[in-house]
Design a protein around this ligand. Structure first.
Ligand code: F6R
Length: 239
């Protein structure tokens, strides 16, 4: 893993965002995989700003996202689709028909097969962006007894519910989500991984220095050939 340590979230956003923009400029019809959460917001801001300045265009880019809540309308303000719409999709020139998202309100098995076929039909994900949960989860692959394969429906852990329920002020946070599996994430040709803050330090340590185990799902990234890790000093403090 290529580990890079920065002082601020903004510096990470600029560095990771530049990596995405440079890649899009080299392959304008590439396939990008995105993540939600607080961590990638500065990266999306950088990309939107570069698009606004005419330094990059996303008009032929295709996108997928890692996960989506179940039992929550796509238009609800806390859906991951709306998060992406607010932070990136509405700010760049991506075409709506080039944006694919897991549907958390349909049959999970059929949706998993549809998503895998859609990724495959577009040539696979060129760069997948990842964050990490305090418990080592990537996407919503929570600590488990074995690594998952393609997308599936998962019951969220108490730790994840506690971390994300701060965003839900009108309804209870959903207990289930559809998530890309570890197998589908590992198929991405390149991974850009970002973690910031002391609350991620233990998970980052276990991911990079620990054994490869489904108890820390992110540790599987040790087996991926092309991972660039962007950390701030707090997230890197246990390395
Ligand atoms: C969301 C996702 C999650 C988050 C993780 C960290 O699409 O994939 O694994 O990356 O929960 O979330 P933040 O960035 O809010 O700390």
């Amino acid at each position: 893993m290529d580990v890079r340590i920065f002082k601020t979230e903004e510096e990470i956003g600029a560095a990771a965002g530049k990596m995405f923009c440079d890649f899009v400029n080299s392959k304008p019809d590439c396939v990008l995989g995105f993540a939600t959460g607080a961590t990638p917001v500065p990266t999306y801001s950088y990309m939107a700003d570069q698009c606004d300045k005419g330094n990059v265009t996303f008009k032929d880019v295709k996108t997928f996202n890692l996960d989506e809540y179940c039992d929550l309308p796509k238009e609800h303000k806390n859906s991951f689709y709306m998060f992406m719409y607010d932070n990136l999709f509405s700010k760049v020139d991506l075409k709506p028909e080039n944006i694919d998202f897991l549907d958390g309100n349909t049959d999970p098995e059929a949706e998993s097969a549809r998503y895998a076929a859609s990724i495959e039909a577009k040539g696979g994900i060129d760069i997948q962006l990842l964050g990490i949960g305090r418990n080592g989860h990537i996407a919503f692959n929570e600590p488990a007894d074995e690594f998952s394969g393609e997308a599936y429906k998962i019951k969220l852990t108490d730790s994840t519910i506690e971390a994300n329920s701060i965003y839900f002020d009108d309804i209870a946070m959903p207990r289930y989500a559809m998530t890309m599996g570890i197998g589908s994430i590992m198929k991405a040709k390149k991974i850009i991984f970002i973690a910031t803050g002391a609350s991620k330090a233990q998970a980052v340590h276990d991911m990079i220095k620990g054994e490869v185990t489904p108890k820390c799902p992110a540790s599987i990234l040790q087996n991926h050939a092309d991972v660039t890790v962007f950390l701030d000093e707090a997230a890197a403090s246990m390395l």
